[in-house]
Design a protein around this ligand. Structure first.
Ligand code: NAX
Length: 332
């Protein structure tokens, strides 16, 4: 067993964290040999609920979990952490405009960026889940200048998992036999789920998903719209937003970042754009990435046709607008 690492989960009294904490604490993310000290951050009114979560984690009797630190103080929460799951955010309330939500949440991520800058390890891996996730990650990184920008990412893995599972059902193979579905852009309704480069193992043959489904309009219209609206469909059915699947996606994202991707496989992560594929620089944009030695690189050289290009432009435009609004709020 190696020395314990410190991992923080914010929004630790919330519904995603309720599933995520168990996944982390039993070794799904950092491995079966990595002991952990879990830091749990939430806001003062949730301190009582947090105590209940601490009790349940203790009652799980998990061998890797060496200590749990519940707190409402960012200085304690971010101290010496190697990995940060930034889940906590203000939910959208009735009558609240998207702009108001963005304003409240970027303020949270500005403060957490400053706290990460001061207290976290300089090689901390930060995954932002709380919405608007891409722009929150950008803000967080901006206020943590001593930590490399590459260490800030936002989650589009839930969208990728949804897309992959959808294709698997469509071509009737286990989900593991579908690979390289891409989510481009923002974790919002403008995201572009792209099956153009995806393959599925059908029998013994690895086939292009486009060939296997053989219905271009389905893949460019219905599929895109179903994945874009999947979150809303879960809310309509469950009367609450995705939680178990969001936690699994956060776990998958960090696990791949920590351990790397296997050859020939790429995953989607929202990362700071370097201008690849004509995407504007300096927005946090979901790209296909490969990961080695805990460092991601954007997969290059994929063919982006005119249809895809138009989708990338729409989602880029939304992210540029969010960035402008966020920076205006932060500079007030
Ligand atoms: P909950 O409302 O159940 O939990 C959020 C928790 O965050 C609450 O306990 C709240 O007190 C806490 N919180 C609020 N402000 C905080 C602060 N400043 N510091 C620490 N904790 C704070 O929401 P949940 O369902 O867990 O969702 C959390 C976030 O994930 C939301 O912003 C949601 O929109 C977002 N999602 C993002 C997804 C993605 O794919 N990127 C998918 C799932 C989810 O919708």
């Amino acid at each position: 067993m190696s020395e314990p690492i410190r991992v923080v989960v914010t929004g630790a009294a919330g519904q995603i964290a309720y599933s995520l904490l168990y996944m982390i604490a039993k070794g799904d993310v950092f491995g079966a040999d990595q002991t952990l000290i879990l830091h749990l951050l939430d806001i003062v009114p949730m301190a009582g609920v947090l105590e209940g979560v601490v009790m349940e984690l203790a009652d799980c009797a998990l061998p890797l979990l060496r200590q749990v630190v519940p707190t409402t103080d960012p200085a304690v929460a971010f101290k010496d952490v190697s990995a940060a799951f930034l889940v906590g955010a203000m939910p959208r309330k009735e009558g609240m405009e998207r702009k108001d939500l963005l304003a409240s949440n970027v303020t949270i991520f500005k403060a957490q960026g400053e706290a990460l800058d001061k207290y976290a390890k300089k090689d901390v891996k930060v995954l932002v889940v709380g919405n608007p996730a891409n722009t929150n990650a950008l803000v967080c990184s901006h206020y943590a200048p001593s930590i490399p920008r590459e260490n800030f990412t936002a989650m589009t893995r839930l969208d990728q998992n949804r897309a992959r599972a959808h294709i698997a059902v469509k071509v009737n193979v286990p989900v593991d036999d579908v690979k390289n579905v891409i989510i481009w852009g923002n974790h919002s309704a403008t995201q572009f789920p792209d099956a153009k480069h995806a393959t599925a193992k059908i029998g013994l043959v690895e086939k292009s998903v486009y060939d296997a489904i053989n219905n271009q309009s389905y893949l460019e219209e219905d599929f895109v719209s179903i994945i874009q609206k999947r979150g809303a469909a879960v809310i309509a059915a469950r009367k609450m937003s995705s939680a178990m699947s969001a936690a699994k996606a956060a776990s998958d994202h960090m696990k791949d970042w920590w351990n790397g991707t296997s050859p020939g496989n790429f995953v989607s992560m929202a990362v700071v754009s370097d201008g690849s594929y004509g995407v504007p620089k300096d927005i946090v944009f979901s790209f296909p990435v490969e990961i080695k030695n805990k460092e991601w690189t954007i997969v290059q050289g994929l063919d982006v046709d005119e249809f895809a290009r138009s989708k990338l432009e729409v989602t880029s435009q939304e992210l540029l607008e969010e960035k402008e609004e966020a920076m205006a709020v932060c500079s007030q």
